[in-house]
Design a protein around this ligand. Structure first.
Ligand code: AMP
Length: 218
């Protein structure tokens, strides 16, 4: 299975990707998680990306593309992958086409999670993430059974710097300007399925809808 999950911040890409990964043998590739991990560890990549992440702006295409060139060539991608947060611009989508052609791979589909702006702002203001393993929680819809600690690994749960309301609004603006054009990019090739992601929390029916949309099953 090789799919792209598109959608605005807070659409639920990460939560759905984690559900897919639990059910299918695929690599869940979240560019946001990779950047956050690099920022945390003060790597060269992290130093380049930090200011963009904190302000909610997109990391420049050349940096993201170079990172994904390497990531998609790693052996775990042979079993398939879900791209969560990449591509986010038309040049990134073009680069992905080139990389997949070089690797002789084809996508099974591109899924966009549709959600309205009010839902996003509400969701992100109550989203919490594990600093250690990246597991996603929500104070209201999906709290951790261990309170401030992650259910899965015991790590500290925190609010992402870029989930503050003022940053969320500028991330949404960037999404509409730079990422929304990908709907046309993939739509023209008849690769795109739209799913409504208005409902909150872990949602098995959304996974079923995705399975049907891209024609995959166990
Ligand atoms: P996310 O966790 O997907 O919301 O991503 C968090 C942040 O990482 C974004 O606001 C960007 O600063 C950066 N980022 C993640 N993916 C990309 C991408 N494909 N292109 C540029 N920046 C990205």
């Amino acid at each position: 299975m090789r799919i792209i999950l598109l959608g605005s911040p807070g659409a639920g890409k990460g939560t759905l990707a984690a559900e897919i990964e639990r059910k299918y043998p695929v690599a869940h590739i979240s560019t946001g998680d990779i950047f956050r991990e690099n920022v945390k560890n003060n790597t060269q990549l992290g130093l380049k990306a930090r200011e963009y992440l904190e302000s909610g702006r997109l990391v420049p295409d050349d940096i993201v593309i170079a990172m994904m060139e390497d990531r998609l060539r790693e052996p775990d991608c042979e079993k398939g992958f879900i791209l969560d947060g990449f591509p986010r611009t038309v040049p990134q989508a073009e680069a992905l086409d080139r990389i997949l052609t070089e690797l002789h791979l084809e996508l099974d589909g591109v899924v966009i999670l549709d959600v309205n702006e009010e839902t996003v702002v509400n969701r992100l203001s109550s989203r919490r993430v594990c600093r250690n393993c990246g597991a996603i929680y929500n104070l209201f819809f999906r709290p951790s059974a261990k309170g401030d600690l992650c259910e899965k690994c015991g790590g500290e749960i925190y609010q992402r710097e870029d989930d503050r309301e003022e940053v969320v609004l500028s991330r949404l603006k960037i999404f509409y300007e730079q990422t929304a054009p990908l709907v046309d990019y993939y739509g023209k090739r008849h690769m795109l399925s739209r799913l409504s992601a208005e409902r909150s929390g872990h949602n098995h029916s959304l996974l079923e809808e995705l399975e049907e949309a891209v024609g995959i099953s166990e």
